[in-house]
Design a protein. Structure first.
Length: 496
């Protein structure tokens, strides 16, 4: 048979669209041509495939070989198509049977020796392959990642000859197995934080409602320490969310650092906009996508370039980022919880009791002005962090453990999910009217506060969302005056 059809998959964001490899052998001058919008690495596969076949003691046909990667309008990149192209050439030349090829998909890069090398983006491909009802054959190094898909449809191979032996039914490939080091390490313990009860209260509120949080205070007051404790009090991650997180790390070239653990990402303030939201000529996920399902911590918030911070605004609302390029549009999930920290002024000691700060009011205003109003509006909680004297720190008793606080967070989240099917931070304007109703007197109280603080409509909605979370934490069906007052107290920067 001079025509063979082999199935494989591309990598487009966190998706794995199907690609059909069509190989045709014809008479004419010997050569190999690859068509179907291949990029440089794909064009070079003809040399890798030729050497891999010859070094595996297989025949490379001395005929005119045409390889078409369909659909033709989908960009193809990387060495992931090497194995599928090799299988197509072997099938078209009659060296392997064609009747079973439709049951498999092949993904892997070939070494010149015929060994199979790992590629990125295997987990989305394994999930899509399972839905298509086919078995996936990948390199041995990709087996643990593919096994996270939770099915026994992935086979692993070390080299090209083993794949051929399997198709000839002379030797059976092994199924992919889950890696052994999947147990997540224990997150930092909240009990290690002495004092700062107000800040820990805000951290629990943020965890209970999925709210964004900004902490501001002098250096060394524990802002970073508090932020790193948030993943330990968030609800356990569900399987579906864990799979989405693993898929993002898969296409970025590495598995998630800990399976079924919420990620904690803390990019440096010198990070560029593409590093934060993703991008590049071949789009890659940025920090906000790597923080999907977990926490994005931005320390020294005003030190980030302003245009870098502004690109966060749309993903914070939509929960995803779309990167448009001339050939294709890539989508990455980006539903993260933003935790930020900043000093109150350039020197960091504005408002401190020992009068160390010599910043002028204009310097303080310019420093805080680096954070735009629209971005500040999207942060639900603004919490001042005061310095704790070493003598007071020594006397402070240990706080509650992360496990105890997590149990309360789980209860509050459960109430919200039962009522509305989502966390309070995700409520739309219409849902706020339905689930955040106030009495007439409380509505008048909130209206006066909004007018006095000059809050925007978005900030007004954020206050109601936080108040709804505070009511859930006390198992109250109705939002009452104490919850409204506490929610307003968390808008510290709106009061200047």
């Amino acid at each position: 048979m001079s025509l063979a059809i082999v199935h494989t998959r591309a990598c487009l964001g966190v998706e794995a669209p199907p690609v059909t490899v069509e190989v045709h052998l014809s008479n004419g001058l010997p050569g190999l041509a690859i068509v179907g919008l291949p990029e440089a690495a794909v064009k070079e596969s003809k040399d890798r495939v030729r050497s891999a076949l010859l070094n595996s003691h297989l025949e490379f046909p001395a005929r005119r070989i045409t390889v078409n990667l369909a659909p033709a309008d989908l960009p193809k990149e990387g060495g992931r198509y090497d194995l599928a192209i090799a299988m197509g050439i072997l099938a078209a030349s009659g060296q392997i049977p064609c009747d079973t090829l439709s049951q498999y998909e092949f993904i892997g890069e070939l070494a010149l020796s015929g060994q199979l090398r790992e590629v990125k983006g295997i987990l989305p491909a394994a999930l899509a392959c399972h839905k298509a009802g086919r078995r996936l054959i990948v390199a041995h190094e990709n087996g643990g990642e593919a096994a996270l898909a939770g099915n026994r449809d992935t086979l692993i191979a070390d080299n090209l000859l083993r794949v051929c032996a399997h198709l000839h039914n002379r030797e059976h490939l092994h199924f992919a197995q889950l890696p052994h080091d999947l147990s997540p390490p224990a997150p930092p313990e909240l009990a290690d934080v002495r004092g700062q009860e107000h800040a820990k209260r805000a951290l629990e509120v943020a965890a209970s409602g999925g709210h964004n949080l900004l902490m501001y205070g002098p250096p060394g007051t524990g802002k970073t320490m508090l932020a790193s404790r948030l993943p330990g009090i968030l609800p356990p991650i569900e399987m579906r969310d864990a799979m989405d997180i693993a898929a993002v790390y898969s296409v970025s070239g590495s598995l998630a650092p800990a399976w079924r653990q919420r990620p904690f990402r803390a990019p440096h303030h010198t990070a560029s906009a593409p590093a934060l939201v993703g991008g590049g000529s071949n789009p890659q996920p940025g920090e906000i996508s790597l923080a999907h399902g977990g926490v994005l911590f931005l320390d020294e918030l005003p030190e980030f370039q302003r245009h870098v911070l502004e690109v966060l605004r749309e993903p914070m609302e939509s929960g995803e980022v779309r990167i448009a390029r001339a050939r294709a549009q890539t989508r990455y999930p980006a539903r993260f919880q933003l935790i930020a920290a900043m000093n109150p002024c350039p020197c960091g000691y504005f408002g401190d009791n020992d009068s160390r700060c010599h910043c002028t009011p204009d310097q303080v205003r310019r420093y805080r002005g680096k954070i735009s109003g629209p971005l500040l509006d999207r942060i639900d909680l603004h919490v001042p962090i005061a310095a704790v004297l070493p003598t007071e720190l020594h006397k402070a008793p240990p706080g509650e453990s992360s496990k105890v606080v997590q149990q309360r967070v789980n209860k509050a989240r459960g109430i919200a999910l039962t009522r509305q099917g989502k966390s309070n931070s995700e409520l739309s304007a219409k849902e706020i009217e339905q689930y955040c109703q106030l009495s007439d007197t409380d509505h008048s109280f909130l209206a006066r506060a909004v007018e006095k603080l000059n809050l925007s409509t978005r900030a007004y909605h954020r206050v109601l969302k936080v108040a709804r979370t505070l009511a859930d934490m006390t198992n109250s069906e109705q939002i009452e005056r104490p919850q409204l007052a506490e929610a307003l107290s968390f808008r510290g920067l709106d009061r200047g």
